[in-house]
Write a protein that binds this ligand. Structure first.
Ligand code: ZN
Length: 151
């Protein structure tokens, strides 16, 4: 990775870690899942509110390393407003990018800022940090939870 890209990559991750988007618990929500990465200690709760087929609101809570937190921040910002099918397609695309199973010269600019996480493929331990929120997203979409909102 050239130094300029590496610097950009670190800056975006640090910014999202410091000021995460969609952090906290939304109310109401109708999907929830908990994700844990014992290798690093990352732990998060993901809350989703879907209407029909669309993710109208999403948030996360929890703590962990800068990679897991910034990935969750960017993921929630990216899938908000998308359909469940679109989110699942993005999950597959993201997973391919961070694990490096796609073509080595594949262009991931369609993933917008998430493309900065492509660098984690050089660090296998970090792949789990970067993909934790995405695995939790897929789990949450499959497990509707009773809405416990008092509204
Ligand atoms: Zn981590």
């Amino acid at each position: 990775m050239n130094p300029e890209i590496r610097e950009l990559y670190q800056q975006i991750i640090l910014d999202h870690n410091k000021n995460p988007k969609n952090f906290g618990k939304i109310d109401p929500y109708n999907h929830h899942a908990e994700g844990f990465n014992p290798l690093c200690g990352d732990h998060l709760h993901l809350y989703l509110h879907t209407e029909g087929d669309r993710i109208v609101n999403i948030s996360f809570e929890g703590g962990g390393c800068a990679i897991s937190k910034s990935s969750a921040s960017m993921m929630t910002a990216f899938v908000k407003g998308k359909t469940v099918q679109e989110a699942e397609t993005l999950f597959n695309r993201f997973h391919e990018m961070v694990t490096g199973t796609g073509k080595s010269d594949e262009d991931y600019s369609d993933l917008d800022k998430l493309a900065v996480l492509q660098g984690v493929r050089e660090f296998p331990v970090r792949v789990k940090c970067a993909s934790l929120s995405w695995h939790t997203l897929v789990a949450a979409l499959k497990q509707p939870e009773t809405v416990i909102s008092t509204e």
